[in-house]
Design a protein around this ligand. Structure first.
Ligand code: NAD
Length: 428
């Protein structure tokens, strides 16, 4: 049987890999434990607003193509919507809906005053020139202009979008409103109102969550072997920060393969190699193994920091780690979580483990609105305070309800949003 969802046969349960259904299952479990009434469930399950826009673009060869873009605002009870924009050929509304709901819960877990949103454009950036990408970004921004703004909806980078994309969005929005409005997006270049520490924030949050979870299970970093899947922004920086804390990083991967060294990898050297060679292939200070085998190797901590649906009901029994810290969004399916619970493997869930990024995005928004920029030390100190508090809040809920950290994170998040909803009342 395949471990890779991409090759699972049609007869296998593809529902397991649908992010929207996965999110709904986690939501329902937590809502049951909270005894949430049906009306409130209906409100919190549904996105507040979904916008589909057609984007006519004059291509480099002179032809005209129409692209489709989405922006879903799941919830804005606690503040403006917050969430990334992705460019990919397989973007679809179900996925964007699920991701926008995840953002509501993530912002609530770390207790920042944002709701959840997410957006995307169906396109293949590998086949587009920089000019075409800029046109798509600017036309998309114009298309969703009416629901965008520092007090309404604040996008950020996601898959295949970056600092440059955010700069174009900020510029397009600013041109429409006739004033420079840096707080309309986060994840900007520092010279355009970005925050110090934002690039490292998600990896730093992973490291901090790992530290708190290690205390919970009574372990110390020394001699703790860590496998990291993915070596991009989250995996690469997360691995480096864990290495600096004294953990032994025994394996790390990229989309082409994994490297492994039981004596521990020299992470600064590995990242330098990656910077120069763009992939891990050819690195000589470690053995090379296929990606599909990596996460099942012997280790104490596993950090999936690449992509979704990696730990599934088909392979969860093969995981050897005692602790999983989810750097990626949705790396573990809801079905796999049940197996991991039975095997008493502690999982720090994505909506807590990778919330360092959105927390510093919040700091970026605050700094833009103040027009006063913090030192990196101040950003990191405040991030640490936010993550440690969130971890402790989730851990207390886990103790109170005798549930996994994942269910506890959902309970905490849903309870906070439901409380605001009850206090505000139903308008109309
Ligand atoms: P990235 O593009 O910088 O890096 C992704 C890494 O994963 C790359 O090293 C790539 O080669 C590798 N990869 C892709 N598919 C793989 C596979 N099947 N096996 C092994 N490696 C594979 O992306 P990122 O920003 O690091 O994001 C990674 C995950 O973290 C995504 O799920 C993203 O949604 C999530 N996340 C990112 C942030 C952030 O601030 N960047 C915040 C929260 C969540």
């Amino acid at each position: 049987m395949s471990n890779n969802p991409a090759t699972v046969s049609a007869t296998q349960d593809m529902d397991e890999f649908n992010p929207f259904l996965s999110m709904a299952q986690l939501f329902n479990e937590a809502a049951d434990l909270l005894n949430l009434d049906e009306g409130m469930r209906e409100v919190l399950r549904r996105p507040e607003r979904e916008l589909t826009v057609s984007l006519p673009i004059v291509m480099d060869d002179g032809s005209t193509k129409v692209f489709t873009g989405y922006r879903v605002q799941h919830n804005f009870l606690r503040g403006p919507c917050k969430g990334g924009i992705r460019f990919a050929p397989d973007v679809n509304l179900d996925e964007i809906r699920a991701l926008s709901a995840w953002m509501t819960w993530k912002c609530s877990v770390v207790d920042i005053p944002f709701g959840g949103g997410k957006g995307g454009v169906i396109c293949d950036p590998r086949e587009l020139s920089k000019r075409e990408l800029e046109q798509i970004t600017r036309r998309y921004t114009t298309g969703i202009m009416d629901i965008l703004g520092p007090d309404r909806d604040v996008p950020a980078p996601d898959m295949n979008t970056d600092e440059q994309t955010m700069a174009w969005i900020m510029d397009t929005y600013s041109m429409h409103v006739r004033r420079t409005t840096t707080a309309v997006v986060t994840g900007k270049p520092i010279s355009l109102g970005g925050s110090r520490g934002r690039r490292e924030a998600t990896g730093r949050g992973v490291m901090l969550n790992c530290r708190e979870a290690m205390k919970k299970i009574g372990r110390r970093p020394e001699n703790t072997r860590v496998i990291v899947q993915g070596s991009g922004n989250v995996g690469g920086i997360g691995a480096l920060l864990l290495y600096r804390e004294g953990y032994k990083i025994t394996s790390i991967s990229d989309m082409y393969g994994a490297i492994i060294n039981e004596n521990g990898l020299d992470m600064p050297q590995v990242l330098e190699y990656l910077r120069t060679n763009k992939r891990l292939e050819g690195y000589t200070e470690a053995d090379h193994i296929p990606n599909l085998d990596q996460i099942f190797q012997d280790c104490d901590v596993l950090v999936p920091a690449a992509t979704e649906n990696q730990i599934t009901s088909h392979n969860a029994h093969r995981i050897q780690a005692k602790l999983i810290v989810e750097g990626a969004n949705g790396p573990t399916t809801a079905k796999a979580q049940t197996i991991l619970d039975e095997r008493e493997i502690t999982v720090v869930p994505d909506i807590l483990a990778n919330a360092g990024g959105v927390t510093v995005s919040y700091f970026e928004w605050v700094q833009d609105r103040m027009g006063y920029f913090w030192t990196e030390e101040m950003v990191n100190t405040r991030l640490e305070q936010a993550i440690v508090k969130a971890f402790n809040d989730v851990n207390s809920k886990a103790d109170e309800y005798q549930v996994s950290l994942r269910t506890a994170a959902y309970i905490l998040a849903i309870e906070r949003v439901a409380t605001v909803y009850k206090m505000r009342g139903i308008f109309g």
